[in-house]
Write a new protein. Sequence first.
Length: 331
Amino acid sequence: MLINRRRALAGIGAAALVTTTTTLATTATPDAASAGRVPVPDDAELARSLPGRFRSHHTSVNGTRLHYVAGGAGEPLFLLPGWPATWWSYRKIMPALARRFRVVVPDLRGMGGSAKPHNGFDKRTMARDVYELACRLGYRSVNIAGHDIGAMVAFSFAANHRAATRRVALLDVLHPDRSFYEWRLLQPAGGDTNMWWMAFNQVDGLPEQLIAGRARHLIDWHYGIGLVDQSNVSERDRAVFANAYDSVDAIRASNGWYKAFHQDIADMETYAKVSAPLLGLAAPATVPWFEGALPFVAADVRGVVAVDNTLHWLADEAPEVVGRALIDFFG
């Protein structure tokens, strides 16, 4: 999750900031921290609830076990989710995409219904997971899109598995490079959001002690500063995500994605420009990052779509815009 929320909120309007602040104050309570307030359906039930004949599956690839949801018919389109979410973060756009594509949405290594190994969280290895999943499903090449951590994996997929990449779309986040080392942890008063989790998620042991059994606080805080309209992620949605990040193993594994940034940065320096057609989709505050960086890492940038009235969770807040952009691009 990498966004300038204060600047974006200022552009959207003060009312959004008041709404977000009020929501955080009312949701960050001991009662709200318990995902048990709302029954959490399992992945199989959630998948069946979506139009498009979606079903939940598991398979073993690249030395780990992945959970994925698949539905629809047509050319393969893989959607990779980010932190702190799961495949369910694409729930609003999956039905529309399923009318044009065979949609495959995996939980990444360490996420949701997938296994929680102790290694392999560099984005090159995680991209290999997705590549082997595509091969297991009988695809020689796929379209691929990713959001947040999933965008990093999608980029690595396109960089490392060029023949298997038809087109790639990145949502609101880019692959780690040396510029990550220049980000400020402590921002001036009134400045950008302090991105404390970038460092916190690299600490050994402490996050598990603090968050296990209390993940609903984490979910509400991050969605609280990442949504213009808090109603776009429902009580049930938050319970689903909190349930996925509530255990010691889930916290340890998902933090592995951040601990691997140093290796990801080193890997990035070995990559040639991605050759597949590439589309960026970004919240307004993220557009300058995309427009400045993408020409240096991709040879065929097809544009950057500004997804208005969003802060970070693009598919949650603007599903029609995101869905249409992906359909037009992947075609």
